[in-house]
Design a binder for this molecule. Structure first.
Ligand code: FMN
Length: 279
């Protein structure tokens, strides 16, 4: 659900046709469209599922819509994920000013709803560990690392702008693994959900070993269909059997920044040493 949709829902002004019945119809139609459907989806999902139901809102504005989060909680949601990204396009604005928009939004939401809040972020922060700490101090329960945004590309033949590849590749896990490993090793109680590049059960295992509490899967389900989840779960179970683990907790975080024997591997960013010849 996009915050623009919610804003529209809240602010929709009935257009007068001069016929009260028609006015009612128009205003009801505008108001009830997608947003009501979404609330119903949450209610129905809660009634028919035994797993937690966590709706997600894409936040592009700083939150006139936050009161609506109450409706989401009342519809039975177990938690709310906010997928927040304010593209920094103003060169006069500092990183701290940009971050404040996230923090203000979280504070507003925390005052409005009691259910846990997860924040889904992109990886372009000057200090990811600090921003997660700031979330935690404001009562955020989980962080989703990371969203993979729509990006532009260039078509050289047509000399035109086009969307960059919509779906992720497995290789993109490289931008995420370090931060999952480091964030999960902090001395704070915040759940980490790893997102980007999970295309197999083995990819999910890597994030769990790095300390993720859960992983999210998107691109591969578009390309292979939802039933592929079964294969992924089987792959995880096979690996666990092979290694003698009976529960995810037996190995979760085993290779994170705190538990791995050589944490310096998480800190290395340059290839220089790697290519140096050994004497
Ligand atoms: C077609 C498509 C639609 C998406 N829509 C949303 C969305 O509505 N909200 C959201 O938080 N993320 C959205 N995402 C991002 C995914 O949730 C996910 O964070 C990203 O694709 C990385 O995971 P993946 O490598 O498994 O695809 C979308 C991704 C794709 C490819």
């Amino acid at each position: 659900m996009f915050d623009e949709q919610i804003d529209h829902y809240i602010n929709s002004v009935p257009v007068s046709t001069g016929y009260p019945e028609a006015d009612d119809y128009v205003s009801n139609y505008m108001r009830s469209n997608t947003v009501d459907e979404y609330l119903n989806l949450i209610k129905n999902a809660k009634e028919s599922l035994s797993i937690p139901v966590i709706p997600s809102i894409n936040c592009y504005t700083s939150g006139g819509w936050t009161g609506f989060a109450k409706n989401i909680a009342e519809a039975g949601a177990d938690a709310l994920e906010i997928n927040v990204f304010f593209l920094p396009v103003d060169r006069k604005k500092t990183a701290a000013e940009s971050e404040k928009i996230y923090l203000d939004l979280i504070e507003k939401l925390k005052k409005t709803i009691k259910i846990p809040i997860a924040v889904k972020i992109g990886f372009r922060f000057s200090n990811i560990l600090n921003i997660i700490d700031q979330f935690y101090m404001r009562g955020v329960s989980g962080v989703v690392m990371f969203n993979r945004f729509y990006e532009p590309d260039i078509d050289l033949n047509r000399i035109d702008m086009i969307p960059a590849s919509i779906f992720s590749s497995e290789a993109e896990m490289r931008y995420v693994l370090r931060w999952v490993g480091m964030a999960s090793a902090q001395d704070i109680k915040i759940d980490i959900s790893a997102s980007t590049g999970v295309h197999s059960g083995n990819d999910a295992i890597k994030y769990l070993l790095a300390g993720a509490n859960s992983v999210q899967v998107c691109s591969v389900l578009y390309s292979r269909g939802l039933s592929y989840l079964r294969n992924m779960n089987r792959e995880i179970e096979d690996w666990m059997d092979l290694k003698g683990f009976s529960s995810v907790n037996d190995f979760r975080g085993r290779l994170n920044y705190r538990n791995y024997i050589k944490p310096v591997i998480y800190e290395r960013t340059q290839f220089m040493k790697y290519f140096a010849t050994e004497d």
